[in-house]
Design a protein around this ligand. Structure first.
Ligand SMILES: [Cu+2]
Length: 482
């Protein structure tokens, strides 16, 4: 364990990159006159530990229609996971997984159409991935069984039906996964769910004048982004959270279809970024803002003790659509928190950059702008064959000077070695293990990958753009690991 010294004085000298130079065209859509029910207590997704049966932690998840009151006098039809058992109006419970445990996660499809449920960020073999090949017909179920074998992190689950992922997520299907391990438990981080450890699922939505989700992107919006009129935080508009006096951990997930959010506090307070997609950063990083593209996660620590204002807001700005909104109002209560000081030690990062390795290149763009290496997704075509347990470099390039993309890999995480030729261009939350990397127009990243779990041609892994309109339009490829 490396010593960090005194945290309140921690200044590592790194600032987040500012992508304001690549702000897109604001949406011309008129915001409809609805009366959002703001100011309600934040709905924290319930932590679902499953049931331990014969040494296997078992989860039962029901994907089903639900309903939600987001606007005064209106009921919005939604989809949710475990609506009936947990009364969730949208989204789903947060699964509590632990490194080393065997799990069995059964998804039941009580929806009117076929879907799949993918464990995003889970390093598991192909048959347990929940990608486009593990389809679940209406009335049917599918089970992901595996041993959890990766460091503590914040992952999530969401549909991955070929060509239909975007609407399925839009209607409300998504949930978080909290993955714990002994090493991270020992750090003394805030980890009491709903008290000082708060998951935040950030999404934007368009509504029609009946208050229903309106998912109807034009061909231009498929290419350039389908942006909402409201930000939903855990499925609510501008909710309120009471927090204890102490340090509070927020687990941020950008579960939007195509917006890139820049997060910051209205009093410009600094916070500490401790984790990216797949685990702790090599070092915590002091920051004032954080930019997440679709599907990216970050964990931050915020000092909510008496030295700062007692009411403050987490806000977000969509760097493409331009929507600016309060994400969460935070009120500091009189009660003392459990974590009065952030940790003073941090695990050593054992990652080793490879000196040399085979190189694969993935060009995002091409004809119509939504291809990878010139091809559209074909369920019957394996694009890449990758050897098991062998380090490779993956170069990912955005060949279009106009379009934003990102790049997500199933089956295991990666490290970003450089952005546009230099490691200095990485954002702080990009320095640890990740599974999604943002590519501004015309940019390039170099990744170091190594897959520890197999995937055959019947159950291959996916790589794809996680802007869901792009993914559904075919910006995806398949690879085996053998
Ligand atoms: Cu894309």
């Amino acid at each position: 364990m490396a010593s960090l010294g005194s945290w309140p004085a921690l200044r590592l000298g790194e600032r987040l990159n500012d992508y304001s130079a690549v702000v897109g065209v604001p949406s011309a859509r008129q915001k409809i006159a609805l009366t959002p029910l703001t100011g309600q207590p934040l709905a924290v997704p319930p932590l679902y530990p499953g049931d331990m049966v014969a040494g296997v932690r078992q989860f039962e998840l029901y994907c089903e229609p639900s309903a939600h009151e987001l606007f005064a006098g209106m009921v919005t039809n939604t989809w949710a996971v475990n609506h009936a058992s947990s009364q969730l109006p949208m989204l789903g419970p947060m699964l509590a997984l632990r490194r080393g445990e065997s799990v069995s996660i059964r998804y039941h499809n009580n929806l009117p159409e076929t879907t799949t449920m993918h464990g995003h960020g889970m390093a598991v073999p192909g048959p347990a991935d929940g990608g486009p090949h593990q389809r679940i017909a209406p009335g049917d179920s599918w089970t992901a069984s595996y041993t959890v074998d990766q460091p503590a992190c914040t992952n999530w689950y969401h549909p991955h039906e070929e060509g239909r992922t975007a609407p399925h997520v839009y209607y409300g299907l998504a949930g978080m996964i909290r993955l714990d391990d002994d090493q991270t438990d020992a750090l003394g981080l805030p980890q009491t769910h709903g008290f000082d450890d708060i998951p935040l699922v950030i999404q934007d939505r368009v509504f029609d004048d009946d208050g229903q989700f309106l998912y109807a992107p034009t061909s231009q919006e498929i290419r350039m982004g389908y942006f909402g009129d409201y930000i939903l935080t855990n499925g609510q508009i501008e909710p309120v959270l009471n927090v204890p006096r102490g340090w509070v951990r927020f687990r941020l997930l950008n579960a939007s279809n195509s917006e890139i959010w820049r997060f910051y506090f209205d009093d410009d307070r600094r916070f500490i970024v401790i984790a990216g997609d797949n685990g702790l950063l090599p070092k915590p990083v002091d920051a004032r803002m954080l930019t997440l593209s679709p599907a990216e996660r970050a964990e931050i620590l915020v000092d909510c003790s008496r030295w700062y204002s007692e009411h403050f807001d987490l806000r977000a700005t969509g760097i493409r659509g331009g929507l600016q909104q309060r994400v969460l109002s935070i009120r500091v209560e009189n009660g003392a928190g459990l974590v009065r000081n952030p940790p003073v030690s941090w695990p050593e990062d054992d990652f080793q950059p490879a000196g040399s390795a085979p190189l694969r290149t993935f060009d995002l763009g091409g004809q119509g702008g939504l291809r990878i290496n010139g091809r559209l997704m074909d369920m019957n075509y394996i694009n890449e064959q990758v050897p098991l347990n062998q380090t490779e470099f993956w170069r990912v390039r955005s060949t279009n000077g106009m379009m934003h993309h990102n790049f997500h890999v199933h089956g295991g995480g990666f490290r970003i070695l450089s952005r546009d030729g230099s490691s200095k261009n990485l954002q702080p939350h990009e320095r640890g293990e990740k599974d999604v990397v943002y590519l501004p127009p015309g940019s390039e990243v170099l990744l170091q990958v190594r897959f520890l779990h197999p995937a055959g041609s019947q159950n291959p892994f996916m790589y794809h753009c996680h802007f869901l309109e792009h993914e559904d339009a075919g910006m995806m490829g398949q690879f085996t690991v053998t």
